[in-house]
Design a protein around this ligand. Structure first.
Ligand SMILES: C[S@@+](CC[C@H](N)C(=O)[O-])C[C@H]1O[C@@H](n2cnc3c(N)ncnc32)[C@H](O)[C@@H]1O
Length: 461
């Protein structure tokens, strides 16, 4: 961003008094100077502060707080400043009720601004009674300092590791497991990955834990396949962590920010652990998507099932099905479910999960939803209900066209990104699939993320 735009009402390094009027979707306070917005870390609406301008752009700039002059009622003491520094808890300075209101408002604004559908009612965000310690999965980088292995998280926007032991939003048993595994690797002299020189071995420790089962999976992400002495490391991990049912080594030799590599070597058990969700038991592999907040996932999926209004006679499509979590819940209430997912390993798990739960009215297929649904539509597959749960980028046009062509009674949209949800709701709206209400659910307290459920009724039917 350039810093030399002419005619701006503020100058770089200028110190001024500002009042925060709003929050961006990144959680930054917005202060306006003659209509020109300055984005400020840690500013809350209703507060005033002395700020210093740090960067200027043509239509907006950035500033930092020098001194807070008045404090919002929504401000609470920070639990751990490191969580802000590394970006794991960007909203921790906000009272939880204010976080929920912020997320509801984010959805309202996207529906107005992007979808131009201001009349859709957005319910209050469904929150947690205890918005801490909820994550069932952690992927923690390991680096070296003073001859020791250090675990923590990267400072926001950098690869500088800040040592951290308590993440506050993770299951405390996961925090504890990370430290125990780190210390065992340290004891046997496993070298930390040095990404600048591309030497050393241990890159990340991943821990996943079943909320209901307590089963734990440990994934050691290494640069090379060598990991010596396994005959000592594995029994030591099992002894230190009796909940462990699976230890996997994932080899990632590439210089990349992507955590997992292609190759998996199973060191103990199998590449799976179990958890239950809405009464079904799921085998989950190290590379499969599985929602990270189990209690709130049950809330979210229950709302999605309710929105589907199934009577037992319907044919349902579950697109972006992962390991079949929603598919099996739908199958209990439908005649048949056709489910699709792009990751072959997840579909293998989904088939196994259907079998292990004695569910036979689901058909799973591997493929890209934007290619498979048009093929299914062409083959004449008719769905009464289509449920979608896409990644953050939302739906492709070819998927939307095929969904409309199938002429279902309704489409249930589970979304993890309000802006792509808004974009897609507008496209469906033009084609006669209308939403009247959206329910946000908070699966990620202390962060900027929110999930939503919405039913789109086919008004032409
Ligand atoms: C938000 S997750 C939902 C998974 C599942 N419904 C659940 O709740 O566990 C999105 C899923 O879509 C899959 N996916 C990503 N792109 C896809 C595509 N183009 N076609 C089909 N599936 C895709 C991902 O692998 C992931 O499993």
């Amino acid at each position: 961003m350039k810093n030399n735009y002419e005619g701006l009402p503020v100058a770089k390094n200028e110190i001024l008094t500002a009042a925060f009027e709003d929050l961006t979707s990144e959680g930054l306070g917005v202060a306006k100077v003659d209509g020109y917005p300055l984005f400020v870390v840690d500013g809350l609406p209703g507060e005033t502060a002395t700020i210093k301008v740090t960067k200027l752009g043509k239509s907006y700039g950035f500033a930092r707080i020098v001194e807070r002059l008045t404090t919002s009622e929504d401000r609470i003491p920070t639990t751990d400043v490191l969580g802000t520094r590394v970006g794991t808890m960007p909203l921790q300075h906000m009272r939880y009720s204010a976080q929920l209101a912020f997320k509801q408002n984010m959805v309202v604004q996207d529906l107005k601004r992007i979808a131009k559908l201001p009349n859709i009612k957005v319910h209050e965000t469904i929150g947690m009674s205890n918005p801490w310690g909820y994550r069932n999965k952690a992927q923690i980088p390991v680096r070296g300092k003073d001859g020791k292995l250090v675990t923590g998280f990267f400072r926001k926007g950098t690869h500088e590791l800040i040592p951290m032991e308590n993440f506050h939003i993770q299951d405390p048993k996961i925090d504890e497991a990370i430290l125990k595994v780190r210390d065992i690797l340290q004891e046997y002299g496993i070298k930390p990955y040095d990404e600048r020189k591309n030497i050393g071995n241990i890159r990340h420790i991943m821990v996943r834990r079943g909320y209901y089962t307590g089963e734990m999976m440990i994934v050691l992400v290494t640069r090379t396949a060598k990991l010596f002495p396994l005959s000592k490391i594995i029994p030591d991990i099992r002894e230190a962590l009796p909940e462990v049912v699976s230890i996997v080594q994932n080899v990632n030799p590439r210089r990349t920010n992507v955590i997992l590599g292609e190759e998996n070597i199973v060191l103990y058990g199998e590449d799976a652990y179990h958890d239950t969700l809405l009464g079904h038991t799921f085998a989950i592999s190290s590379k499969s998507f599985y929602q990270i907040n189990p209690k709130q996932t049950e809330e979210l999926y229950s709302l999605a099932l309710e929105a589907a209004k199934l009577t037992g006679k319907e044919t349902v499509v579950d697109a972006y099905c992962g390991i079949g979590t929603i598919s099996l819940a739908l199958a209990d209430k439908a005649e048949h479910v056709f489910a699709m997912e792009i990751v072959p390993d997840a579909i293998e798990m989904a088939k196994r999960n259907a079998e292990e739960n004695n569910i036979s009215n689901v058909t799973f297929e591997v493929g890209a939803a934007e290619e498979l649904l048009p093929q299914w539509a062409e083959k004449g597959v008719k769905a009464d209900v289509i449920l979608v749960d896409p990644p953050r980028k939302g739906l492709e046009l070819s998927f939307i066209d095929a969904a409309v062509e199938m002429n279902p009674d309704r489409i249930v949209y589970v979304s993890c990104n309000p802006s792509t949800l808004a974009r897609d709701l507008a496209l469906f709206d033009e084609k006669g699939f209308k939403a009247t209400e959206v329910t946000p659910v908070d699966l990620f307290p202390q962060t900027l993320h929110v999930e939503c459920v919405v039913a789109l009724e086919n008004v032409n039917k």
